[in-house]
Ligand binder design. Sequence first.
Ligand code: PXL
Length: 259
Amino acid sequence: MLPVALTIAGSDPSGGAGIQADLKTFHQFGVYGQAVITLLTVQNTQAVYQVHLLAASLVADQIQAVVADMQPAATKTGALGSAEIAEAVAHWAQSSAVPLIVDPVMISTHGVPLLSSDARYVVKHNLLPLAAVVTPNIPEAELLTGRSIRTEDQMIAAARDLLELGCKAVVIKGGHSEGEPLDIFHDDAGVLRLPGRRVQTRHTHGTGCTFSAAITAAMALGASARDAAGRAKGFLQRAIESAPELGGGQGPLNHFARP
Ligand code: PXL
């Protein structure tokens, strides 16, 4: 049977981030994608011009409609916008038995907020405890833990703080650090270092969405969180290295990269 994965996230009409990146990534991994929209952005590779949140009830209704008909094998969340939407998603996730990957998206590539501060509280206390994997970048991990993160030891300490909230695994993405990027995977079996190679490029739009979508797809195919994180890391490296150089700003990755 074709595995199904569900993304609950914002729309990026330029196709590089949000649900569009998630669906392309699911497809590239051979997984059928369902997509529930939480918010609409008006953006291209150069700027975000508008953000419109959907009503929380409309998000909840979309989820009910698709999962009642086709059970996903894994689910991910991206930009959630408001506390009401985050609560609706967490409420549903409590009754879902499949792995939940939470990408705690807070700002867009261009620095526009995609999560209010009261919604951040809901994500931290209602959604993270339900997650199989949480994938913050360094600024997001700093906001979620209140720690300043500069070193590998600080990344590990932040990952431990997040594990204490109840999630099963954490990947702190090191792309925002100086030098060669190092991601830290941490679960109850310990730390797995995921080193990468820094690519000198401006085409990094949608890296976080694509990474968490790749983890979700790999888990829908039956991989453990640990194996899924390793596979996602390889896919991301190749997708950044072969980015198609589209658009006049921060362009998309190559979603045709080898999974
Ligand atoms: O990568 C974070 C992100 C998530 N969701 C949407 C986005 C972005 C970044 O631009 O546009 C809709």
